[in-house]
Design a protein around this ligand. Structure first.
Ligand code: 5GP
Ligand code: ZN
Length: 153
């Protein structure tokens, strides 16, 4: 049995609040979010660190993180930006040994809230938050411009 928690989430064998999924990757809410909407994008195939990750899959992970950042801005979470962070290896404080890209939504002037969230890491209304993000993705798609093409430019 695979004892990697993110492999189990990807396979649907462990609970997670997913916001996006395709054949090769999925995105779900961080269980201990720094800010509301803090999302993780992971490959479905296990790769512990960047050393183990196929480069094309890495590009797809970033592309999805990019799309999520745009979608969250358009969502009712009404954010102004995001930190996209990937901690590679224990030297960089990676704690779950399955590659994951953090998308941490930010607002102008949120530094105190961000610092408090960094310390407390409390989840708030994950079901409503995921619904808001999915609605943001739909809004992005409805803009009539393919966000994947925009990333390619
Ligand atoms: P790292 O420090 O490895 O870059 O970040 C790991 C992240 O995974 C942390 O933000 C942590 O809260 C999150 N995490 C750890 N275990 C789980 C889990 O079982 N489910 C979810 N949704 N997130 C997790
Ligand atoms: Zn894994």
């Amino acid at each position: 049995m695979n004892d990697c928690v993110f492999c189990r989430i990807a396979a649907g064998e462990a609970p997670a609040t997913k916001v996006y999924e395709d054949d090769t990757l999925c995105a779900f809410l961080d269980i201990r979010p720094i800010t509301r909407g803090h999302t993780l994008v992971i490959p479905k195939q296990h790769a512990a660190e960047l050393e183990d990750l196929d480069a094309e899959l890495g590009a797809r992970i970033f592309r999805t993180g990019h799309r999520l950042a745009l979608a969250i801005r358009r969502s009712s979470l009404a954010t102004d930006g995001a930190n996209l962070v990937l901690n590679d290896g224990t030297a960089a404080f990676q704690t779950v040994p399955h590659v994951h890209l953090h998308v941490v939504p930010r607002k102008h002037g949120d530094i105190l809230r961000f610092a408090k969230g960094f310390l407390l890491r409390r989840s708030h209304d994950p079901v409503g938050t995921a619904a808001a993000i999915r609605a943001g993705m739909a809004a992005l798609d409805n803009e009539g411009e393919d966000p994947e093409e925009r990333v390619d430019r």
